[in-house]
Design a protein around this ligand. Sequence first.
Ligand SMILES: [Zn+2]
Length: 77
Amino acid sequence: MTDTLQEKIVERDFFARPIEEQNDFLHQTWCNHCMEVDLGMKNPKEFETKDRVWIEGDCLKCGHSTITEIVEDDEEE
Ligand SMILES: [Zn+2]
């Protein structure tokens, strides 16, 4: 079975992260609408696909959705 057409998106539990990480992700944001960093977000939700992990939330300033990609280095080179 292959599904190359659509990536499978899985919702993760953002609140399972340590509180310090949650705070970092909630503050270190980029809003495409405001074109500003670190405005903060609320209502975070975390998603993953095979290759990517990201958090979606609402910008605290404008309320548009904002996405933070998470780079996880679990590969040591
Ligand atoms: Zn914004």
